[in-house]
Design a protein around this ligand. Structure first.
Ligand code: DQA
Length: 247
């Protein structure tokens, strides 16, 4: 299972006491719980870390290498001047999404610049706690490849996916019963053609079949259906050749 690290920098431990206009009224624990729940929904493990200290943040970034798959980072005020944190993000080669509860671009001018922006995959700001959840979604959708076994383990018996898959299995069964039926006719046709001395491939007949197939499905599937049919025709030709050889 992949792991996302939620990192908060200085003064974010004091959420709930900070200006609610910018930071809302929830605490850091509320924020971290929301991220943990989002992790369950996304099928990823969530680790949370907060520190007031630049060196602890840098050390945590270093030790994330090989252990963490994506990071959501609110570096707090360090965002605006810590070249050391910028360098650490650059070197760890882990996708980092920069988040801010407030909209740093519409506040005091000293908050408008982020020195970490250029080394982060994306920046999300001004969305409050929701911004952390959006950043997690982005990490999973664009930057982390979720291993399919772990995702699969989340599909339970009462999942709608489960029912849909059962329906597909039935359809596939029918599809291949039809395929077998077609191949039986191919066998008979091959024998008749051999007896009449006709060639295996009759291009005008194949063109006619492809056109009919293209018209029998909705336009969006027309090309795909034709490609499938071409493959079936190829199999039919191979089968006819085998029969010819054996005769
Ligand atoms: C912040 C914005 C920073 O400018 C500020 O120093 C913070 C929090 C935010 O989440 O909006 O501490 O990163």
């Amino acid at each position: 299972m992949k792991t996302i690290l939620i990192m908060n920098g200085p003064n974010l431990s004091q959420l709930g006491k900070r200006d609610p206009k910018h930071y809302g009224s929830g605490t850091l624990a509320d924020l971290e719980n929301a991220c943990i729940n989002k992790g369950i929904e996304l099928g990823v493990k969530v680790q949370c870390f907060q520190s007031e200290s630049e060196s602890a943040i840098i050390r945590k970034l270093h030790s994330s290498m090989g252990v963490i798959d994506g990071i959501v980072l609110n570096a707090g005020a360090y965002t605006h001047y810590s070249i050391a944190i910028r360098d650490a993000i650059e070197l760890i080669k882990i996708p980092v999404i920069e988040v801010h509860l407030s909209d740093i671009h519409n506040r005091e001018s000293f908050r408008n610049t982020s020195v970490i922006e250029a080394v982060c995959a994306e920046q999300v700001c001004g969305m409050g706690v929701k911004g952390y959840l959006v950043a997690m979604e982005k990490l999973v959708e664009k930057y982390i490849s979720i291993d399919s076994d772990a995702a699969e383990a989340l599909v339970s018996d009462n999942d709608p996916l489960f029912e849909e898959r059962a329906a597909l299995n039935e359809i596939d069964k029918e599809l291949f019963v039809l395929f077998e039926r077609r191949m039986k006719h191919v066998d008979r046709i091959a024998r008749i053609k051999a007896w009449k001395g006709l060639p295996t491939k009759i291009p005008s007949r194949e063109a006619e079949i492809l056109e009919r197939v293209g018209q029998s499905v909705e336009e969006q599937y027309s090309e795909a259906a034709k490609a499938l049919m071409q493959e079936i025709l190829r199999l039919s030709r191979d089968r006819q050749q085998e029969i010819n050889k054996g005769m």
